[in-house]
Design a protein around this ligand. Structure first.
Ligand code: IPM
Ligand code: MG
Length: 370
């Protein structure tokens, strides 16, 4: 029975398990969402499609038009990971635009997912797994990296050619003001819901694209008088992340800087296996995936950490479906499991109980309550 004011809805989710540990971790995230569905009265309907290496094996390309279309028509997308060992000649002895990772870049571009949100939060329980000294960790940290995802070097014109007998490779880094403005607006919007600080990261002492970045970000900042804007050079930011991570609230940055800094930020949370992410377009549509890769070396062994994917599902409920209570329930269940001392191998420390991927999913699902 649906009571007054209560929502009971169907959501169509495209799942892309992908390669390596992808299928295992997506399975656990769906398990947790299904429990959310039972407890809160929603129905999550999944349509599974191939992308990455498995799509190359099946169709000869890392992303087909049909897969893109299925994703586009759904309410949101949940992705595991794509790619394999570069030694896998079947997937890597081909043109760069036919490799597994090209599928990921193509779906981001194809769905216009320009805003990549990567939260990096240190759970107190995982302080032992954090490689930083206690005095640097202090009271911990809680930041969000807002990475521009469909522009810059990763999408610029590139080629390799011989110039006067010398092999020469060219990559181009382009940003226009509109691309900068729309990601800056997202960053300031998120900052308004947090501690109201944006640190915009660039290389304005060298790059023209960074100087335009700075100018446009300053214009956007005028619409958000409550938010403090600071500029930081990317090399300094890399240093500050391991020197004083507590100073960051929202980091706003371009595609490649965000790629690099988000791996660094994930490592100081204890394990890259904890970091979720959302990639969104102008509306509420998003693709949700862990920040980590496909870890082919541990695939199929039931030892991967599914938490980043489960937390990505929580982001989906919050950002795409406005289901805040449900998202909170997932985050609380993750917190509870950690407090109770359950750990996958990557976050294990002495005195804890080591569990596998599927048991971790069970434990979190069991703790979902209203
Ligand atoms: C990431 C990954 C991808 C990226 C790769 C696999 C293309 O490193 O999501 O951070 O660089 O965006
Ligand atoms: Mg990366």
């Amino acid at each position: 029975m649906i009571r007054e004011g209560e929502r009971k809805m169907n959501y169509n989710i495209t799942t892309i398990p992908g390669d390596g540990i992808g299928p295992e971790i997506v399975r656990e995230a769906c398990k947790v969402m299904d429990k959310v569905g039972v407890v809160f009265g929603h129905h999550f309907q999944y349509t599974e499609v191939l992308m990455g290496g498995c799509s190359i094996d099946a169709y000869g390309v890392p992303l087909t038009e049909e897969t893109l279309e299925t994703a586009r028509k759904s309410d949101s997308v949940l992705l595991g990971a794509v790619g394999g060992n570069v030694g896998n000649s079947r997937w890597y002895d081909v043109a760069p635009n036919l490799r597994p990772e090209a599928g990921l870049l193509a779906i981001r571009k194809g769905l216009n997912l320009f805003a990549n949100i990567r939260p990096a939060y240190l759970y107190k329980e995982l302080a032992e797994a954090c490689p930083l000294k206690k005095e640097i960790i202090g009271d911990g940290f809680d930041m969000v990296i807002m990475r521009e995802l469909t522009g810059g070097l990763y999408f610029g014109e590139r080629h390799t050619e011989e110039v006067d007998g010398v092999m020469t490779a060219v990559d181009t880094l382009t940003y226009n003001e509109n691309e900068i403005r729309r990601i800056a607006v997202k960053a300031f919007d998120i900052a308004m819901k947090r501690r109201k600080s944006v640190i915009s990261v660039d290389k304005a002492n060298v790059l023209d694209s960074s100087r335009l970045w700075r100018k446009v970000v300053e214009e956007v900042a005028k619409d958000y008088p409550e938010v403090t804007l600071t500029h930081m050079l990317v090399d300094n930011c890399a240093m500050q992340l391991v020197m004083n991570p507590g100073q960051f609230d929202v980091i706003l940055t371009e595609n490649m800087f965000g790629d690099i800094l988000s791996d660094e930020a994930s490592m100081i949370t204890g394990s890259i296996g904890m970091l979720s992410s959302a990639s969104m377009n102008e509306s509420k549509f998003g693709l949700y995936e862990p920040s980590h890769g496909s870890a082919p070396d541990i695939a199929g062994k039931d030892i991967a950490n599914p938490i980043a994917t489960i937390l990505s599902a929580a982001m989906m409920l919050r950002y795409s479906f406005d289901l805040d209570a449900e998202a909170n329930a997932i985050e609380a269940a993750v917190q509870q499991v950690l407090t109770e001392g359950y750990r996958t191998g990557d976050i294990y420390s002495e005195g804890c109980e080591k569990v596998g991927c599927s048991r971790m999913g069970d434990l979190i699902a069991e703790r979902i309550t209203k």
